[in-house]
Ligand binder design. Sequence first.
Ligand code: NAP
Ligand code: F7E
Length: 331
Amino acid sequence: MAQAQKRALITGITGQDGTYLAELLLSKNYQVYGLIRGQNNPKRAMVEQLLPAVELVEGDLSDMGSLVAALEYCQPDEVYNLGAISFVALSFKQPELTGDITGLGALRLLEAIRIIDGGKGKMRFYQASTSELYGKVRETPQNELTPFHPRSPYGVAKAYAHYMTVNYRESYGIHASCGILFNHESPRRGHEFVTRKVTSMVARIKLGLQKEIPLGNLDSKRDWGFAGDYVKGMWLMLQQDEPDDYVLATGETHSIKELLDVAFKEVGIEDWSESVKQDPRFMRPAEVDLLIGDPTKAKKVLGWQSETSFEELIKMMVKGDLELESQKLAK
Ligand code: NAP
Ligand code: F7E
C-alpha cells in the first residue's frame, strides 16, 4: 500500500533555514506549510516565487490562537520551529520582544501541539536551539552535555525554549527534539550577519561601489557550516524512533579575520587592511569569543555530517553576491 503523504509545518519559512528545509521536504514529497506573519509580509513574494508548492498559513509566534488554528488546519506530522528574533545584536536592543518570540514563542507552539494533538503523539516537534547557549564556554569543543552560559538576551531566550522543549518531551511524551546548531550560512543568509555582510560588501568593493567594510570585533571565532547541509540534520532528528538533542557543527573554528582573508582573496585582493574599518557600533555588550562544536553524536546516531568546507562556503557566498550586485548594476 502506498504511504500517505507526510505533512510538515515550518515556522520561519521566510528565513534562511526555512527555505532550505522546505526545499528538502518537498524533494521528499512532503506537503509543506509555512507560517507567515503580518498583513503584508515583504518576504511573501520571495517565498511564493522560490517555493510555489508551499502553502502559506497566517500566524505569529506571539499569538497562541493563530498557532492553534494553524495546527488544526495543517494537521502536520512534523512541526519545525525555526521562527525567532535570531539576530544577537538586535536582542540586546529589544530584549523583551526577543524573550516573547524566541523564548515564549516555542512554549506557545508546544502548548498548541499538546492541545491539538491531544496526547495522540502524531505531531513531532523540532526546536531550533543554538550554539549561543554555550556563550561563555565551559569546555572546548562543545557537545550535548556542555553546560550552558548564554551571553545575550537571544541566548537566554533560546535556553528557555530549549528547556521547555525538553520539559514537554519528558512531561507529555511529545516527540520533541532540539538541534543545537552552530552558525550556518549561505547565499540566502540575512545581510545583518557577519558572513553575508562581508561577502556582499567585498563584492561591492570589487565592483567599485563601496570602499570600506565597517565591522565590530574581529577576534571572535565561529564554527561556520553551510545551511543546506544543516537542514538535513533537522529532518533526520524527527525520523528517529526516540526524540533527543543533537549538536550539528563542522568541528572547525575560524576567526572573522580568516573570513576576510578568504572573501577578499576570492576577488583577487590579498591585503584587506585598508578596506576594513573598526566601528564601535558593531561591538556587543557581551561577546561570545569562541565556538567550536563536537558533532560526534549526530554522526553516530543520525549518520549526519557537514559536507561543505569553510572555504567552499565563503567562496560560494562571494560568487553569489558578485552575481547579484552585477545584475543590479546592469539594470
Ligand atoms: P532568520 O533567517 O533570521 O529567520 C527567522 C525567521 O523567523 C523569519 O522567517 C522570520 O519571519 C521569523 N519570525 C520572526 N518573528 C516571528 C514571529 N513573531 N512569528 C513567526 N515568525 C517569526 O533565521 P535562520 O538563520 O533561518 O535560523 C532559523 C532558526 O534557527 C532561528 O530560530 C535561529 O534562531 C536558529 N538558529 C540559527 C542559526 C544560524 O546560524 N543560522 C544557528 C542556530 C540556531 P519574518 O520574515 O516575518 O521576519
Ligand atoms: O556574528 C562578530 C560578532 O551576527 C558573528 C545567529 O544566526 O549564529 C548567529 O549568531 C560574530 C560575532 O552571528 C560584526 O560580534 C564583528 O562575534 O554573524 P553574527 P552570531 O552572533 O554568531 C548563532 C549560532 C545563532 O543562533 C544566531 O541566531 O561576528 N562581528 N563585526 C560582527 N557581527 C555582525 N553581525 N556584524 C558586524 O559588523
